[in-house]
Design a protein around this ligand. Structure first.
Ligand SMILES: Cc1cc2nc3c(=O)[nH]c(=O)nc-3n(C[C@H](O)[C@H](O)[C@H](O)COP(=O)(O)O)c2cc1C
Ligand SMILES: [Fe+2]
Ligand SMILES: [Fe+2]
Length: 409
C-alpha cells in the first residue's frame, strides 16, 4: 500500500506497521499505523509524516504522487518521532516547503532534526492558512498528549487531522472504519484513550470545546482507522470518557507547621484536588492523634504529607507519623510531599524519602515522566514561604495529584 485516495484532494500516504511495535514501554500487540496525508491543492501540503524507521519507504511512495519540490507546506501537529520522524527525509527533498507547527513545536523540531536553516510558520490557536483551494485552521491542544501539540482542520473538506487524538494502535490495513466491523477496533480505540489521553483530562475538555462548532465529516488521526463513518460518535466517546464523574476517591493531607505557611499550602492543594473532583481532609498534626490519622490514611486513596523546614529538618510530629507508616500496608496508594521553606527546604526531601520507604507510589517528576511522558517540576511541592505565586502553584499541584488519583487503579 503506497497511497490511497480519500477524496479529490486528499491522499493517505502512511505506513501500516503490523509488527508487535515497542512503544512507550508497551508492546502494541496489534501493531499500529502511521497515517500521513497529502493535500493536493494549488499549494500542496503534507500533514504529519511517519515513524523514523520508514523514512525512505515513505519518500519513495510520496514521490509517486508528487515531485517533493512542489510541496509548499509541511504541517507537523506533534513532534514525537512516530509522526515527525520522517520530517528530515521529507524536508531534504521538499526544499521549498515551509514547516508549520506551534511555536514550541518549531523550537523542538529545529533542535531535534537540525532544521535551524528552514523556514517555519508558527501558528497560534485559531490561525488559518490558505493552501490554494483549501483553507487549514489550526487549534493548539497543549498536553494532548505532549506540550507542543496542535490539531489541523481542513475547512472545505471538513476533515479533522488531530494527530494522536482519536487514534487507535492497530495495523489498519482497511484504513477506513466503515470497511470493518466496529467491534474489531472500538475497544482498542478506548484503550488508547485510557493509556495516552486520560491523564490529560482537563485538556481534552478544552480541545472538545474548540472543535464543537466544526462541521466534521471525517476524523483522520495519525494511528489506526480514518473515522469517516459516524465521526461524531468518537467525539462523543471522548466527551463521555473525559467527563468528571463524581468520584468517591478521598485524599488525606497531613502536615506540620511552625507559623502557618504550610497550612496555606495545604488549603490550596485541597482546592486543586476539588477542581479535579477529589475530596480531601486536611489534618494539622499538632494535637492530632497519630493512630487516628494513620487509620484515615489507610482508608484513603492518596496521601499528601507536608512539613516546613527548621534548621534543615522536618518540624512537629510529621516524622513520627511517617515512621509509623513504615510497617503499614500502603501498596499502590499514591503520595506526595510538600512544604513551605525559606532557603533550603530539606524537610520536603526527607518526607519524600519516608514515603518511598513506606511503599507509596510517590508522585514526582520521575513518576510523571515514566508514567505519562509528562514533565512536571511541581511535585514534590516546595514553596518559598507562602507568597501568592507559590499558592497558585500549590493549587495546580493539587489538581495534578487529583488527576493521578482518578487514573490510578
Ligand atoms: C527557627 C527557624 C529555622 C528555619 N530553618 C530553615 C532551614 O534550615 N531551611 C529553610 O529552607 N528554611 C528554614 N526556615 C524558614 C521556614 O522554613 C519558612 O519560614 C517557612 O515558610 C515556614 O513555614 P511554616 O509556617 O509552615 O512553618 C526556618 C525558619 C525558622 C523560624
Ligand atoms: Fe505521541
Ligand atoms: Fe503517536
Amino acid at each position: 500500500m503506497s497511497f490511497v485516495k480519500m477524496s479529490e484532494k486528499v491522499f493517505w500516504i502512511g505506513k501500516v506497521d503490523d509488527r508487535k511495535v515497542p512503544f512507550h514501554r508497551l508492546i502494541l500487540e496489534r501493531g499500529t499505523t502511521y497515517n500521513s496525508y497529502l493535500l493536493l491543492t494549488d499549494k500542496p501540503t503534507v500533514i504529519d509524516t511517519v515513524d523514523l524507521m520508514y523514512g525512505k519507504e515513505y519518500m519513495d511512495n510520496l514521490t509517486k504522487l508528487i515531485d517533493p519540490e512542489e510541496i509548499q507546506y509541511i504541517v507537523i501537529n506533534h513532534v514525537e518521532p512516530d509522526h515527525a520522524g520522517a520530517l528530515p527525509a521529507l524536508a531534504a527533498k521538499a526544499k521549498n516547503a515551509k514547516i508549520v507547527s506551534t511555536e514550541l513545536g518549531a523550537t523542538i523540531l529545529k533542535d531535534m532534526f537540525k532544521l535551524h536553516h528552514r523556514e517555519f510558520i508558527t501558528i497560534a490557536d485559531g490561525d488559518t492558512l490558505d493552501i490554494g483551494g483549501e483553507v487549514l485552521k489550526f487549534f493548539e491542544t497543549p498536553y494532548l498528549h505532549t506540550e507542543e501539540t496542535m490539531i489541523t482542520y481542513s475547512m472545505e473538506e471538513g476533515v479533522l487531522f488531530p494527530c494522536d487524538l482519536f487514534s487507535t494502535h492497530i495495523a489498519a490495513f482497511d484504513l477506513f472504519n466503515d470497511l470493518v466491523e466496529e467491534a474489531d477496533y472500538l475497544e482498542d480505540f478506548k484503550v488508547y484513550y485510557n493509556l495516552i489521553m486520560s491523564p490529560h483530562r482537563p485538556y481534552i475538555r478544552d480541545m472538545l470545546n474548540k472543535i464543537k462548532d466544526l462541521d466534521i465529516k471525517a476524523i483522520a488521526p495519525s494511528h489506526g482507522y480514518i473515522l469517516r463513518k459516524d465521526p461524531g460518535k468518537f467525539i462523543n466517546i471522548y466527551d463521555e470518557m473525559s467527563r468528571l464523574n463524581p468520584s468517591d476517591k478521598k485524599v488525606v493531607i497531613a502536615y506540620s507547621t511552625m507559623t502557618g505557611n504550610t497550612t496555606k499550602i495545604a488549603q490550596q492543594i485541597s482546592e486543586g484536588l476539588k477542581t479535579a473532583g477529589v475530596e480531601s481532609e486536611i489534618i494539622n498534626l499538632k494535637n492530632a492523634d497519630l493512630e487516628e490519622v494513620k487509620a484515615k490514611i489507610l482508608e484513603s486513596d492518596g496521601l499528601l504529607v507536608g512539613s516546613s523546614t527548621k534548621y534543615g529538618d522536618m518540624v512537629g510530629t510529621v516524622e513520627e507519623l511517617l515512621k509509623s507508616l513504615k510497617d503499614a500496608n500502603v501498596k499502590g496508594k499514591l503520595a506526595a510531599a510538600f512544604g513551605s521553606y525559606g532557603w533550603s527546604g530539606e524537610a520536603i526531601m526527607y518526607v519524600e524519602d519516608y514515603l518511598n520507604e513506606a511503599g507509596f507510589k510517590v508522585i514526582n517528576q520521575k513518576y510523571m515522566i515514566a508514567g505519562q511522558g509528562m514533565d512536571t517540576l511541581l511535585l514534590p511541592l516546595r514553596i518559598k514561604f507562602a507568597k501568592d505565586e507559590g499558592l497558585e502553584l500549590a493549587n495546580t499541584a493539587g489538581r495534578i495529584f487529583g488527576e493521578q488519583i482518578l487514573v490510578n487503579s
